[in-house]
Design a protein around this ligand. Structure first.
Ligand SMILES: [Ca+2]
Ligand SMILES: [Ca+2]
Length: 220
């Protein structure tokens, strides 16, 4: 009996472990395919107008062909000491965020090349007052995950203990090492949850149903 319990428990632990690994998504709530917009960001690698452009929305599903690493966002190289790279974005309507998934990759062998030492995620309902949602201190090297196993890969899936309602979001990445190091490479940042129900829409739906019932009754 004890053996059965132990095996069941181990199976449960393994299944929970497996769930903490997600592939990058192009259908999540923070994806450009769902209408999010970039509000602003810190400097990206080089300025606009050259092959070496990078775009902030490449970390939210966009892929700008003809630029450096089209699927990725590359933050600026050689930042000043203590520099924090950042990006702000908003969803079309407020959402209830229940989990998120971050995939990044530093150069090799050390995370001081295209890596960050700390990641912080913030949320806001009005775009001006920010609440910290999550803080993560990275390791050198990142160590990989279950889907992206390379030692230089970071795969961070976080199931939030308390869902967060917000429409504005900000991600900060502290440069790993300072000085002549390359800015962080972010492959994708995905958000999961559900849109906040709109009371008006619920009322309309309700009145529509009442209307349908009324029409049906009339027909009878
Ligand atoms: Ca995405
Ligand atoms: Ca991407």
């Amino acid at each position: 009996m004890k053996k059965v319990l132990l095996v069941t428990l181990l199976g449960y632990i393994l299944s929970v472990g497996n769930s903490f690994a997600l592939l990058m998504s192009n259908t999540d709530l923070w994806d450009v395919s769902n209408g999010i917009t970039i509000i602003d960001h810190s400097y990206l690698e080089n300025g606009p107008g050259t092959y070496w452009d990078s775009y902030a929305d490449n970390m939210f599903g966009a892929t700008h062909e003809g630029t450096i690493e089209p699927p990725n966002t590359i933050f600026a190289d050689n930042p000043a000491s203590g520099f924090t790279h950042w990006v702000e974005w908003q969803t079309p309507t407020p959402i209830i965020l229940t989990s998120f998934n971050l995939v990044a990759a530093h150069g090799s062998p050390s995370y001081t090349d295209r890596g960050f030492s700390e990641f912080r995620l913030y949320g806001s309902t009005d775009g001006s007052t920010w609440d910290n949602i999550y803080t993560y201190v990275t390791e050198d090297p990142y160590g990989g995950g279950e889907n992206y196993t390379g030692e230089n890969y970071l795969e961070l899936y976080v199931d939030l203990s308390s869902p967060v309602t917000a429409q504005y979001f900000k991600a900060e990445f502290d440069q790993a090492g300072v000085g002549a190091y390359s800015g962080p490479r972010i492959k994708e940042l995905d958000g999961y949850g559900s849109p906040v129900p709109i009371p008006g829409a619920a009322w309309l739906l309700g009145s529509g149903l009442v209307g349908l019932v009324a029409v049906r009754r009339c027909k009878v």
